[in-house]
Design a protein. Sequence first.
Length: 252
Amino acid sequence: MSERLKRSIGIVTGAGSGIGRACALALAREGALLALVGRRKDRIEEVAHEIGERAFAVPGDVCKTNDVDRLVNQTVGRFGALNFVLNNAGILEIGNAEQITEEQWDRTFQVNVRAVWLLSRAALPHMRKAGGGAIINIASTLGIVGARNRAAYAASKGAVVLLTKSMAIDHGQENIRVNAICPSFVDTELTARFIGQSSDPAQARRERTAAHPIGRLGRPEDVAGLAVYLASNESSWVTGAVLPVDGGYLAI
């Protein structure tokens, strides 16, 4: 086990699968102590078991203030402090501005934006007490550029990008760094379901792969390395950054 994050204490949301799981495993390998958060208790408990005593599972809904306050208090109560947060939980609703329902719009902003704000807000006093910290937000390349049938999703991730920049400005003098990672199309269970719902899944996969100059879709592990860097002291002069991990998607 590495010591890049030795004694560093963090919270990872959406930790039961995909990017969240990969990031949790990578952070733990570097020495971090982790609270793994998700709505599916069985999933986060599996990841906690895989990591071992350095992690514990905290079922909860990060859209709810009471759940967020509880999970932060449990983390600090167990490990004694809080040094970083990885806001990864998110959802994707498909549709343009006419097709998206009010319920889909509201739910997208609840999970993708409100939850980021709630957990960051709850974490800030503990990071301040610790002398600094890192907030890492998983946004998207679609928070930087638009796309067809992503009206709610792109708008929500754009909000995460500007929340990241604003918080970086507000809390920089407290040694609290706030950065965003913007993945492109990462091959997870969520994206596999999305591809599978298309009329020609094989063609849909080929089209999405072709949009990336590097010639493949992303893997959750492609994001995890940057999360480790942003949580560590190696990025001590990096804040307000919006960092694509996109296989060249934005270069086209």
